[in-house]
Ligand binder design. Structure first.
Ligand code: ADP
Length: 271
């Protein structure tokens, strides 16, 4: 009987603990929902004035050559900052969609080598401006794998952009490989690299390495955070290896889901 009393009181106190834990979780969930709504609302609210500012800025930018040199530079600065603001708002909206759980993938059979090849082509102009040679290495044949090509392309574009920006003009090598269970794409640069402390934060929202070493001001610090969300939505991984002065390697791995693969014969490499 005494034993039953002990069990009953234990059960009561566990119940009490569970109730208070549940109510704390509910409060936290409500708070995080509020925060997510706030970010989303603010981003939407800022869109409208930004559109007006952008239109005005474009008019000024288009006439910049008719201004005195100092004013011309101001027009260019305005243009750059509007672009940056625009990117920041889009990225913020995207982040708030992930937090709301409202992002749905739109998968279709996609050849990762082709996708990489297209994206490398797309980034060539930027690479040339930085004196960077882009190389694509894709040994072997590849299967179409189910993925959301728009989102995967954005990841590759982002990784390539970072590699070019921090690559010190040295070659950037994109490698695509696969095995029975996954396809993977790596972007390797031989540039600045990062310390272990930096690597630990590289996927954090808004995180950017020491600004003193940055030459460009274009980034938002959200690119890798968004890329990681997209990789995770695909049940994939995004990994990084890096060493100061030796460069970095970012690797995206996507699982091959049986039944979602359309072609089973190897495809020829793009020229
Ligand atoms: P952004 O490029 O907009 O700053 P990201 O999320 O893409 O934001 O990257 C965050 C930071 O990680 C960058 O600002 C940079 O400091 C560091 N980083 C990313 N890629 C590389 C790279 N390939 N080499 C060195 N540092 C990098």
């Amino acid at each position: 009987e005494r034993g039953e009393d002990v069990f009953a009181s234990l059960a009561r106190s566990f119940n009490g603990m569970a109730d208070s834990l549940q109510s704390q979780i509910n409060q936290l969930a409500a708070l995080s929902q509020l925060q997510q709504r706030f970010v989303s609302d603010v981003s939407h609210e800022l869109r409208t004035p930004l559109t007006t500012i952008r239109l005005a800025g474009d008019v000024i930018y288009d006439q910049r050559e008719s201004f005195p040199p100092a004013t011309e530079r101001t027009a260019e600065l305005l243009h750059t900052q509007i672009e940056r603001f625009d990117r920041l708002l889009s990225d913020l909206l995207e982040i708030s969609r992930y937090d709301a759980g409202s992002v749905v993938l739109d998968p279709e059979p996609t050849n990762l080598v082709r996708l990489a090849d297209d994206t490398v082509d797309e980034m060539r102009t930027l690479a040339e401006q930085n004196g960077t040679e882009l190389r694509l290495e894709a040994p072997g044949g590849y299967f179409d794998v189910g993925m959301d090509p728009r989102r995967i392309r954005r990841i590759v574009r982002n990784l390539l952009g970072n590699a070019i920006e921090h690559g010190e003009g040295r070659p950037v090598v994109v490698t695509v490989d696969s095995n029975e269970s996954a396809v993977a794409l790596s972007v390797r640069d031989y540039g600045l690299g990062m310390s272990q402390a930096d690597v630990n934060h590289v996927f954090d929202r808004f995180w950017r390495a020491d600004p003193s070493r940055k030459r460009t001001i274009g980034g938002t610090g959200l690119g890798l955070a968004i890329s990681l969300e997209d990789a995770t939505l695909h049940s994939g991984w995004l990994q990084v290896w890096s060493s100061p002065g030796a460069g970095s390697c970012f690797r995206l791995t996507l699982p091959r889901v049986p039944g979602r693969e359309i072609t089973s014969s190897p495809l020829p490499l793009p020229p």
